[in-house]
Design a protein around this ligand. Structure first.
Ligand code: SAM
Length: 428
């Protein structure tokens, strides 16, 4: 397996986390005492079979290290408000929105690597068609995810076995801030920025300014509203990441991160060259995404069948490998400093399972309400599609065939500070 660590990023106490108390926020890592974050998690676990119990739940415990309430660290201040907002949105979907959403799943049966199949299925303007499908898909699924604890639409790496999915997200994001060495005023690019919640946490945690890109205007509207509500000055740009070049000048950012959006990127080598161009020399790069691991064997019928089920579930078009990603980054000019699975023991399955259990319980509840005609029929279509194949994802992760918690860190070398090469003359 491709797991390299050339140079572990060194947390700089003057950077990454200055908005918090003096103590480095790595204190929220797996060594943290269980009575801070864990209480909230316990509630989530115990209500997994009764998802409605979870809705009004507010966390008030103090994080002993940061002295801010755990609630403040959440994706949204009121989960119940987020839930009902998305619930209302989903209730009012038009038949066309539901049909387009269901049809959009067709793109996940395809792979960027097989262009002839793409053209046969979608035509020569397949890039545009994939973009349309992504808008139809994300415009709905962001609300479905917000019915659970994945308003930020990613299952994070397992950073701490004892805390919730949401707190694992926060722990991961804080690790990214440290890996990137973010400081107040830094300009940071986030591709596939969701509802801007990750950007908000990064900005609050470090004082950096985040520019988020997203293809989906629906999520962007929420990102902007949330940004204003939180008193932040992050910027959000509507853009298909597959429309290169990126709309930014050379060397305009101090750092870059992306969380599970490059699984939808058509041309990763071209994207890495673009990210390299818009970063300043010395800037750091952080990547968390879906990969196919070396144990995956496409000629193995069991592996191939699992892959066909899991790609639509996680919403991946490409199937990159760690080695391919490292090569593409190196070819673009980056120095890869770390390439590994960010989950404890390389297993994300406990968190995937948690999310799956929750949504399957929610499904039972929704189906009952549809049956009683309390909810419109299309809820059944949506929840049935959403809950398909969660266990296949858990199985593939446990078999170490794939992961959505693969992390790569890299740096754009700063040639101005690099030692001058020793000429043959002087070395003789
Ligand atoms: C799996 S979610 C990842 C969660 C996200 N990083 C967050 O902050 O919540 C993928 C995100 O990438 C966005 N996305 C998908 N395809 C895209 C594209 N072609 N261009 C730009 N954004 C895209 C989606 O709308 C979604 O917000």
């Amino acid at each position: 397996m491709s797991a390299i660590i050339i140079q572990a990023p060194i947390p700089d106490p003057a950077r990454a986390g200055p908005m918090m108390t003096a103590k480095d926020r790595s204190s929220t890592s797996s060594t943290q005492s269980s009575n801070t974050l864990f209480d909230a998690d316990a509630q989530l676990d115990h209500t997994a079979h009764k998802p409605w119990k979870h809705f009004g739940f507010r966390r008030q415990h103090l994080d002993q290290d940061s002295k801010i309430s755990v609630e403040e660290r959440s994706a949204s201040d009121k989960r119940s408000k987020t839930f009902w907002k998305s619930f209302r949105y989903l209730s009012n979907l038009t038949p066309k929105q539901v049909d387009d959403y269901m049809a959009s799943y067709a793109i996940y049966d395809l792979d960027w690597a097989d262009e002839p199949a793409m053209i046969a299925a979608l035509g020569t303007d397949y890039k545009q068609k994939v973009g349309d499908s992504l808008r139809a898909y994300y415009g709905v699924i962001n609300h479905l995810c917000a019915l659970g604890s994945v308003e930020k639409m990613y299952i994070p790496p397992l950073m701490n076995k004892r805390v919730s999915v949401l707190d694992n997200q926060l722990l991961y994001e804080e690790s990214v801030a440290r890996d990137l060495g973010l400081a107040p005023g830094d300009r940071v690019l986030d591709i596939g920025c969701g509802r801007g919640r990750v950007a908000a946490h990064m900005a609050k945690y470090t004082g950096a300014h985040i520019t988020g890109i997203n293809i989906d205007p629906n999520q962007l509207a929420q990102a902007r509203a949330w940004n204003v509500q939180q008193g932040l000055s992050n910027t959000f740009v509507e853009r298909d990441q597959n429309d290169l070049p990126l709309p930014f000048a050379d060397a305009s950012f101090d750092a870059f991160y992306q969380i599970q959006a490059f699984s939808l990127c058509q041309d990763l080598p071209a994207m890495f060259r673009e990210v390299y161009r818009v970063l300043k020399p010395g800037a750091r790069f952080s990547f968390l995404d879906w990969v196919r691991l070396p144990a995956y064997d496409e000629t193995n019928p069991e592996h191939a069948a699992l892959m066909r089920r899991v790609k639509p579930l996680i919403g991946a078009v490409g199937t990159p490998t760690p080695a391919g990603l490292e090569k593409a980054l190196t070819d673009a000019g980056f120095q890869v400093t770390r390439s590994d699975n960010a989950s404890i023991d390389g297993l994300q399955a406990p968190l995937i399972d948690k999310v799956d259990v929750y949504f399957r319980a929610l499904r039972q509840f929704v189906l009952a309400l549809v049956h009683l005609r309390v909810l419109p029929k299309h809820f059944k279509t949506l929840i049935n599609r959403l809950c398909l194949d969660g266990q296949a994802f858990v199985q593939m992760d446990r078999m170490r065939l794939i992961s959505t918690s693969y992390r790569i860190l890299a740096v754009k070398p700063d040639v101005s500070t690099a030692a001058a090469p020793v000429s043959n003359e002087t070395s003789r």
